[in-house]
Design a protein around this ligand. Structure first.
Ligand code: WTA
Length: 657
């Protein structure tokens, strides 16, 4: 390192606050700090600003209806169609502009202008209708990052059929449970896709999943991604996507008029207990909210080239690859593969080649880039970048500064955006053209968002003290319920801090956080039994039940251990049944059991066999202790355990592996 660099590193390390560059502020969509006050004084009407970004077929009557709180309704009686907002209204001015620049892992590319996307969405919408899909039928999608996924989502939106996208990396069983929970009779999938040069036979996994669905699945549409590389049969109710679209060449489907509160999609996510929850998002509030945040936080303008490297199978991809950016009519890059294939500079090569202006990724990716070293970004011209973003988990100041310096060249603001599947869009972050950035802290709540940090009783904690994050006013992008389970909606999100007698409703996201004197929030992580592995949300209960389902396993406890790249890794403590081997074969069966039930993302990093689990006298497993053991941290007082001796045994075993 040159002296200059050393000096620079030292300065960066100490610096705790960063101002957005003047050049950025001058062109920012939002650059006036008065927006915070304006929204506060004019709440909830302030959210008309978000609704104004859309084209409505019929104006709404009220911005917010809270008469049945916490079953809030937004933009009541407004009518619109999401696909018309993402496509049709751009055709006159931007029909020939690129909507999606897709890059396959093998290097092939496909470019969809707004006109192209509109055409294919119409054709596929016509095909879905011909298969019998009706308004309000839930269509499941089990697809990787190929353009047919956003096409299928928008085709569903066009005909008013909610979609339920299942991440392609989830297992067959996970697909089946989600289809069952949603009573979904239609599936759009693909035959295969590429990962590090190999074709993954997705169709086989799909078939396995379909075999486990308890009801009749009426039709399955299969995109041919594998081409000649992968021959497979289609059953009678299975159709080739290409054939269906070709049969509908030139078809036009009038967008169905949807009520603002009609469901746009379902997204399953993990919670503390039981099966994944179907988070229900509706059309008007969600689309307004993701459009507004795309504009205000991601600073997206129609002429930008924008890239969010998330997977559409998660909420980030829904909100900030598909709906937000397309509603604003911008050009997006969509990439099928992994960041390190064929080389570790793949992403930077793409940024350079496509002249990406805005790049949105996850801390886990940034930590991997750091580990790989600066030579990969340094080898590319990244000067097109104007704004950087992160989402999914806390980003530590070191990673933030690395991103700021080595990707942003100290000239791009970073937005560290806290939000959840349930919130629909961003909730806590700086506005890049307004706020000072503080590495490690996401920032203040967005204008119109009323977030507080409270103690267990619900009283606000003082600055600097850890507490629980709460949201005290509703917002347009919020979930409306847990699909077909209003009770669970209340018990999971509203029971903890609300005073229902007084009709005061407080949303609890189950995250710990602290706030500083300037109102900046640092999110500390989940306070429930949910792990955040590479930014993916996994329920410990789901993993435990998969492990206990393995023959020969008596009991299991799963916790998160710190991991330098993944953030958290799955640690499984397992008690086997009498006479069962505690060997590699057993370990392999446990790992396979988790992969079958959930998917490789939930694979345990360590399986520790133990004769007992540390329990309180009342028989509760002391997970916190197991977590400390996984993290090789000092253990507190263990004398209150029913079985204190077991701790040393387990510690020794974790160390061994
Ligand atoms: C965590 C992803 C700290 C948090 C959009 C939340 C974050 C969970 C951040 C939601 C952030 C997300 N800083 N933590 N910027 N963003 N989280 O539903 O624990 O997959 O509750 O939504 O991720 O994960 P989900």
């Amino acid at each position: 390192m040159s002296d200059d660099t050393v000096e620079l590193e030292a300065r960066l390390e100490e610096q705790e606050a960063f101002e957005p560059p003047e050049e950025f502020v001058e062109q920012a969509n939002v650059s006036d700090a008065s927006i915070y006050e304006e929204f506060e004084e004019n709440w909830p009407e302030c959210w008309e600003q978000a609704a104004d970004l859309l084209t409505w077929e019929e104006e709404y009557d009220a911005v917010l209806d809270d008469s049945d709180a916490p079953f809030y309704e937004w933009f009541t009686d407004g009518k619109l169609n999401a696909s018309a907002n993402c496509l049709d209204r751009h055709l006159d001015d931007r029909g020939d502009e690129v909507a999606i620049d897709w890059i396959g892992e093998k290097g092939e590319t496909r470019t969809y202008t707004y006109g192209d996307l509109h055409r294919e969405v119409n054709e596929f919408a016509a095909a879905l209708r011909e298969l019998g899909v009706e308004e309000d039928d839930v269509v499941t999608m089990y697809m990787p990052m190929i353009p047919e996924l956003p096409v299928a989502m928008l085709a569903c939106a066009r005909i008013g059929a909610p979609h339920s996208v299942v991440f392609a990396g989830f297992s067959a069983e996970a697909l089946a449970t989600r289809m069952e929970s949603a009573d979904s009779e239609y599936l759009v999938t693909c035959d295969g896709y590429y990962r590090r040069g190999d074709l993954l036979k997705h169709k086989e996994k799909t078939d396995e999943g379909l075999a486990q669905v308890g009801h009749d699945v009426s039709d399955v549409v299969v995109v041919d991604r594998g081409g000649d590389e992968y021959d497979h049969d289609l059953a009678d109710n299975e159709h080739d996507y290409g054939d269906l679209v070709a049969e509908q060449e030139g078809a036009e489907v009038e967008p169905v008029t949807r009520d603002a509160e009609d469901m746009l999609f379902l997204m399953y996510t993990s919670g503390t207990t039981g099966e994944p929850k179907g988070v229900k998002h509706t059309t008007g509030g969600y689309l307004s909210y993701v459009s507004w945040t795309s504009q205000a936080v991601l600073d997206i303008k129609p002429d930008d080239t924008y890239w969010c490297s998330a997977d559409i199978g998660w909420i980030t991809g829904h909100s900030y690859i598909v709906y937000g950016p397309l509603a604003l009519g911008t050009t997006s890059v969509m990439y099928e593969g992994t960041p390190d294939y064929p080389e570790r500079d793949r992403l930077w090569e793409i940024v350079e080649e496509y002249g990406v202006d805005i790049f949105y990724t996850a801390p886990t990716a940034i930590r991997a880039f750091m580990k790989w070293g600066t030579e990969y970004p340094d080898g590319h011209d990244l000067s097109s970048l104007r704004l950087l973003g992160t989402v999914g988990e806390p980003i530590n100041p070191r990673a933030w500064k690395w991103y700021y310096k080595h990707i942003g060249d100290e000239s791009c603001p970073i937005v560290d955006t806290w939000w959840q599947t349930e919130t629909g869009g961003m909730m806590v972050t700086t506005l890049p053209g307004v706020g000072t950035m503080k590495p490690g802290s996401a920032g203040p709540p967005l204008p119109g968002i009323d977030a507080k940090i409270v103690d267990t009783k619900g009283d606000e904690v003082e600055a600097g003290r850890a507490g629980y994050l709460t949201v005290n006013k509703p917002w347009p992008g919020m979930l409306r319920t847990v699909y077909k389970n209003d009770d669970r909606y209340i018990s999971e999100y509203w029971e903890e801090y609300s005073d229902s007698d007084a009709d005061e409703w407080v949303y609890f996201p189950e995250d710990g956080a602290k706030i500083d004197d300037d109102g900046y929030i640092t999110v500390l992580g989940r306070v429930d039994d949910v792990l955040n592995v590479s930014g993916h949300r996994l329920g410990t209960m789901e993993i435990e039940s998969a492990i206990v389902g393995v023959e020969g396993v008596a009991e299991a406890a799963v916790v998160g251990g710190n991991h330098p790249v993944k953030g958290e890794a799955v640690y499984a403590y397992v008690i086997t049944e009498e006479g069962q081997g505690e060997d590699d074969a057993m370990r392999d069966r446990i790992v396979a059991g988790v992969e079958d039930a959930i998917g490789p993302i939930a694979r345990p990093e360590q399986v520790v066999f133990t004769p007992e689990l540390p329990k309180t006298r009342s028989g509760k497993i002391m997970r916190r202790l197991l977590e400390d053991i996984a993290n090789e941290e000092e253990l507190g007082d263990t004398s209150t355990l029913r079985n204190p001796d077991v701790v040393a045994d387990i510690q020794a075993k974790v160390g061994d592996d």
